[in-house]
Write a protein that binds this ligand. Structure first.
Ligand code: SAM
Ligand code: SF4
Length: 332
């Protein structure tokens, strides 16, 4: 076994890579309008999906380069069989300090205990509306009750932090910004408002539907006193605020004010592609290296991908980006 520690991963602009988002599946029990295509969805063939062992090998190799934070996403990660087992193995990897999960919460009632047992505490839950009819519309026909029950379950089990991610779409849910601020205060949850991106089901994206972070803060500021919070290492690209009702909210502005210069992240798709930038289709496959347990090749491929990492993304607010993958095939 090669005991030599690999050197730190840096991209061509000198940004040090510390964080990987891993999509364990592109399948999902939802059909969110902005995320998956409404026409028949072609999932990645199962034989092309990395096995848990391959992902664990990848993370073990990357942990030696200084990557110390992992987020598990999808599709819906909880639809993949034996996820708690995988999380438990992930948690055993030396140097990995933080494992987080992004989910639509629908399967948390049955799985949250095992996920906690596996060592995961940080959880992000997507919730774009608090109104049952709108929730049903945006998710492609699913009820909100199970999602709210999932949130209740992780609160009861003591997960922390629990972040609620809400994509704000003008004309759809921008009139719920204050309701979400109240939801955050009463539920002791952090709500993060995310600008709508032209990726996923691009057919549903229009420039006019973007509501920018500064517009969101203006709406919040008309109701509450808003105090900016200092940046913490775990807040990622969000700008966080404490409100006079006690809530903590975050704003994530990939469109109006991008945060590319501080990006320390790469993504791994469920079919084994390293995607160095969310808003670019450039990818490098590590599937063969992971499947054959070839660490040197794997690191070399990841470095190749970092040479392709954009200095900053070029999606402008007046142009629709066209991407080969839907968001559900990337992981958000
Ligand atoms: N199924 C899980 C969930 O919904 O939380 C994880 C995967 S989902 C692709 C990850 C995140 O991407 C979700 O919070 C979702 O709202 C966000 N997302 C999907 N399409 C988006 C878009 N066009 N703009 C902004 N965020 C988007
Ligand atoms: Fe599924 Fe999440 Fe995409 Fe909704 S946002 S379709 S829950 S992957």
């Amino acid at each position: 076994m090669d005991e030599k520690k690999s050197e730190q991963l840096k991209d061509k602009d000198g940004r040090v890579i510390k964080y990987i988002r891993i999509s364990v599946t592109d399948r999902c029990n939802f059909r969110c309008r902005y995320c998956v295509p409404q026409h028949p969805f072609e999932p990645i063939p199962s034989q092309d999906v990395l096995r848990y062992e391959d992902i664990l090998f990848t993370v073990r190799s990357l942990a030696e380069t200084g990557i110390d934070r992992v987020r598990i996403t999808g599709g819906e990660p909880l639809v993949r069989k034996n996820l708690p087992y995988f999380l438990e193995q992930l948690n055993k990897i030396e140097n990995i300090k933080e494992i987080a999960l992004t989910t639509n919460a629908t399967l948390l009632q049955s799985q949250a205990s095992d996920i906690k047992q596996a060592g995961v505490r940080r959880i992000n839950i997507s919730l774009d509306s608090l109104k049952p009819d709108r929730y049903k519309y945006v998710t492609g026909g699913f009820g909100i009750e199970q999602t709210l029950a999932g949130i209740k379950k992780v609160v009861e089990l003591g997960f922390a932090p629990i972040k609620i991610n809400s994509v704000v779409i003008k004309g759809f849910n921008d009139d719920e910004i204050i309701d979400f601020c109240e939801f955050a205060a009463t539920g002791n949850l952090i709500v993060r408002f995310i600008e709508f991106m032209p990726i996923g089901n691009s057919a549903d994206w229009k420039k006019e539907n973007i509501i920018t972070g500064s517009e969101i803060i203006k709406i919040i500021g008309e109701k509450y006193n808003v105090t900016p919070l200092p940046k913490k290492p775990d807040t990622g690209p969000a700008k966080n605020f404490k409100l006079s009702n006690g809530a903590e909210v975050g704003i994530i502005t990939p469109m109006s004010e991008h945060f590319c210069s501080t990006c320390d992240k790469i993504r791994l798709t469920s079919d084994g592609k390293i995607r160095p930038c969310l808003l670019s289709d450039r990818e490098v496959s590590i599937a063969d290296a992971a499947k054959t347990g070839n660490k040197e090749l794997l690191i070399r491929r990841v470095k190749e991908s970092l040479n392709m990492k954009n200095t900053e993304h070029t999606i402008e607010t007046d142009r629709r980006g066209l991407f080969r993958r839907t968001m559900s095939k990337i992981g958000g």
